[in-house]
Design a protein around this ligand. Structure first.
Ligand code: CTP
Ligand code: CA
Length: 228
């Protein structure tokens, strides 16, 4: 991986990264989840730590392991737990990257006992989860940088731009599912990055590690701009 530089350009920077899926319990043995593996968030944690950052990684359930000792990991299950852990860390973070696939809804009630099979059909009542990105975006201070992700199946670029605005992000990474070998569970990703000023950069299909390095370099550029 000779193309990956190891410049210590994030030395002294505190980074908060959310990663993985969330599991929303509905009874003691069941949950609603999604297919996120956490690979992109973990790759970002590794690359940013390699650049000298002190990384706080808040992750939903995943089997991934970390190699860099500059990464402190907090493991959570639900969106609410991910929010609480992230909100504690956020005020001290110079850079926040929201890479988690947070469940938008959770079961309205968690049954104390395993739900028994009865009728032929069963309706589950769901309520909206806290939007971690939008909530932290409202608390963002001028010196803080916030980066989000978006996955869209239609009007990709305009929807991503709208999310960037609504959540008060500095940059949003659009994951394209259109190409074979990109997205959930794969080791590769095809990303586009949109900046607050509307500037859009499309990247080729590449490994999640290489995509994480591209994102890290764009974040370093943002830091340099802010300092100027
Ligand atoms: N996000 C979050 N908390 C949530 C939902 C999303 O922090 N409850 C973050 C994601 O980590 C991502 C960004 O918001 O960085 C966009 O997530 P996405 O699911 O694409 O957008 P939503 O706002 O949930 O809109 P929708 O799913 O309806 O497209
Ligand atoms: Ca969502």
């Amino acid at each position: 991986q000779s193309e990956i530089s190891t410049k210590i350009s994030l030395a002294g920077k505190k980074v908060l990264i959310t990663a993985g899926p969330t599991y929303e319990p509905l009874d003691p043995v069941r949950f609603i989840g999604n297919h996120s593996t956490g690979k992109m968030g973990f790759a970002l944690a590794e690359r940013m730590a390699a650049h000298g950052a002190q990384v706080e990684l808040v992750t939903g359930p995943t089997h991934l392991q970390l190699t860099n000792s500059n990464i402190h990991i907090t493991r959570v299950l639900s969106a609410q737990q991910m929010f609480e852990a992230s909100a504690r860390i956020f005020p001290q973070s110079d850079i926040t990257v929201l890479a988690a696939a947070v469940a938008d809804y959770r079961p309205a009630e968690i049954a104390d006992q395993k739900i028994k099979k009865k009728e032929d059909s069963f309706t589950l009542n769901l309520v909206k989860n806290v939007d971690i990105a939008a909530t932290l975006g409202k608390q963002k201070q001028p010196g803080q940088i916030m980066v989000g992700f978006a996955l869209e199946t239609e009007n990709e670029e305009s929807n991503a731009q709208e999310k960037l605005r609504k959540k008060n992000l500095d940059m949003i990474v659009l994951n394209s599912l259109n190409d074979k070998g990109a997205g959930f569970g794969h080791d590769t990703n095809k990303i586009s990055v949109i900046q607050k000023d509307g500037n859009l950069q499309r990247f080729d299909l590449k490994s999640k590690t290489a995509a994480a390095e591209d994102i890290t370099n764009l974040i370093i550029d943002l830091l340099v701009e802010k300092a100027a």
